[in-house]
Write a protein that binds this ligand. Structure first.
Ligand code: HEM
Length: 205
């Protein structure tokens, strides 16, 4: 399931943030997934083995990682160009997703402080930061649910009550899935199910 969640994570970020359907979920060997995974492992390697960049034996890996970064940036550039073309053709474009906000911030790429390369930095960062973190969280959550049948049952009941037989989740449903929030982010809640107060206590003189 972990692999499935990785692919699903990419699809969700692509859809929600960039209005794009990659359908990575249907392809075990998807090049976009492979490039993301390779870049993540290259980042980890840089931290764990800082001198690896001087290692001639790792040259092939470094070349592959650079090619993967170029591929991710090219994918992002295609998304930006497609969005700009749709806008100049007078088609409907969503200005409220992440790419929409970034394009507005770029003054539709006329802003010298925030241009195409900056948008591509953000594009790559969001996929790298977002997909594996989310996939691992959901995979662990599933594993714990399978180990804790009582929690799984209570969660299932809440979902059935909120969705009332619907198979699609609406945005408004999310606020009603309060037990789901506790399962998903237990550190935010007390043992009694109350949202923790994270406010700093006032400084004592
Ligand atoms: C359960 C899922 C996630 C976990 C556990 C997680 C965890 C984290 C953590 C621990 C940090 C570092 C925060 C710090 O510097 O103190 C971080 C930063 C970040 N995350 Fe996530 N994240 C998740 C999902 C996402 C998603 C879905 C996205 C975007 C699509 C995302 C984008 C980012 C970005 C851009 C940063 C860097 C923020 C900055 O310092 O500028 N993350 N995340």
């Amino acid at each position: 399931m972990s692999d499935e969640f990785l692919r699903w994570g990419l699809d969700v970020i692509a859809k929600v943030g960039f209005g794009t359907d990659y359908n990575v979920i249907f392809e075990a060997e998807n090049p976009f997934l492979k490039a993301n995974q390779l870049v993540l492992s290259a980042m980890t390697r840089c931290v764990r083995f800082p001198l690896d960049k001087f290692n001639p034996m790792s040259r092939g890996f470094r070349q592959d990682a650079r090619a993967a970064v170029r591929f991710l940036r090219k994918t992002g550039r295609d998304v930006v160009e497609k969005r700009l073309a749709a806008r100049s053709n007078g088609e409907y474009v969503n200005e409220d997703d992440i790419i929409g906000h970034m394009l507005k911030a770029s003054d539709y790429l006329k802003n010298p402080e925030f241009g195409m390369e900056d948008i591509l930095d953000e594009f790559v960062t969001l996929f790298l930061a977002g997909h594996e973190t989310t996939a691992n969280t959901v995979a662990f959550m599933l594993m714990e649910l399978i180990r804790n049948q009582d929690i799984l049952d209570r969660l299932r009941t809440e979902i059935e009550d909120v969705l009332c037989g619907r198979t699609e989740v609406e945005f408004e449903d999310l606020t009603k899935l309060s037990y789901m929030s506790q399962v998903r982010e237990p550190s935010l809640f007390t043992a009694g199910g109350q949202l923790r107060n994270f406010e700093q206590p006032p400084c004592q003189p």
